[in-house]
Design a protein around this ligand. Structure first.
Ligand code: PBG
Length: 323
């Protein structure tokens, strides 16, 4: 007896596989996270993220032009300030490194791409937490919100098209929306970090931004054991005015991504974070995996799970492979 059902028929040639491929990966789906370091005179390599640097203002502009030429969908900027303080004031100061970097990006590539800003205090606080601390040393949700609001307005004024609140404070999207509107930035959108987990995959990022964090973020980021609360976070962010929603990290949270994508009426992003990048780079450097194939496979998987756009440190390089 021969089987009559033969799914392999559609796999026989590259042309057949191409004809029936469900998921596409295009440069426009990819967003490049970038770091700009205050007063740097040379780009500074990030040891745990081979190929990624802390940019100078000049190298930031140059790399942004290259990434845009390669076709990436957008750029997400993080700042690495020289001085930090208890309230992260460098994040609000228009002369702070992140706001200056955003203005540089806007001057260089403007509306040719989508400029996104990390709206969070952790790069700017001397204790490394995403918010300010109360008298007991706990992260004070409501006191943090007004700082996020000021930070978002400064970022929109500097040229960010999309503000990316990543601190997981309750109410952050609503407060930022109101502040942007009050300041006249009606067209600045919010890319909400909706489901962000307290993850060991953020490890290399701590080096990337020279974080001073002791301890962890478990009182504000989500528990990896939980799926249901992602839906609660999603409905709150949508009600508060999120223009896009994001799941982070990506690869260990594809179930969350699928659930969010199935329940969201706004575009969905996923962030393939530093540890996901570093693990693959390390294995590839040993020759243990095929770097190009595995990078494309992970990004295709993240797209297949429901991400319209993917933040990935490979965005510019992969875009050159795809065009
Ligand atoms: C917080 C923030 C973090 C990342 C992006 N925004 C770090 C954290 O939450 O600890 C991590 C990104 C990555 O690991 O690539 N501002």
């Amino acid at each position: 007896m021969f089987p009559t059902q033969r799914p392999r028929r559609l796999r026989g040639t590259p042309a057949l596989r191409r004809l029936v491929a469900e998921t596409e990966l295009r440069p426009r789906n990819l967003v490049l996270p970038m770091f700009v370091r205050e007063n740097a005179t040379e780009p500074v390599p990030i040891a745990s993220m081979p190929g990624v640097v802390q940019h100078t203002r000049d190298s930031l502009r140059k790399s942004a032009v290259e990434a845009v030429a390669a076709g990436v969908g957008g750029l997400m900027l993080f700042g690495v300030p020289e001085h930090k303080d208890a309230t992260g004031s460098g994040g609000i100061d228009p002369k702070g490194v992140l706001n200056v970097g955003l203005a540089d990006l806007y001057a260089e590539v403007g509306d040719a791409t989508v400029i996104m800003s990390d709206c969070c205090l952790d790069e700017f606080t001397d204790h490394g937490h995403c918010g300010v601390l109360d008298a007991d040393g706990a992260v004070d949700n409501d006191a943090t919100l007004s700082l996020y609001a000021q930070m978002a307005v400064a970022q929109a004024a500097a040229g960010a098209h999309l503000i990316g609140p990543s601190g997981m404070m309750d109410g952050q999207v609503g407060v930022i929306r109101e502040a942007l509107d009050d300041a006249g930035h009606l067209d600045a959108g919010i890319l909400a970090y909706t489901a962000k987990y307290a993850s060991a995959f953020f490890g290399p990022f701590r080096e990337a931004v020279q974080s001073s964090l002791q301890g962890d973020r478990k009182t504000y980021q989500q528990d990896p054991a939980n799926a249901r609360e992602a839906l609660r976070e999603l409905s709150l962010d949508l009600a508060e005015g999120a223009d896009l929603v994001m799941v982070k990290p990506a690869m260990a949270y594809l179930d969350i991504l699928r659930t969010v994508a199935d329940n969201s009426d706004v575009p969905v992003a996923a962030y393939q974070v530093s540890g996901e990048y570093s693990m693959i780079e390390a294995a590839a450097a040993h020759g243990w995996v095929d770097r190009e194939r595995i990078v494309l496979e992970t990004l295709t998987g993240i797209r297949r799970a429901g991400a319209d756009l993917v933040l990935t440190y490979w965005a510019a390089e992969v875009s050159t492979w795809l065009t």
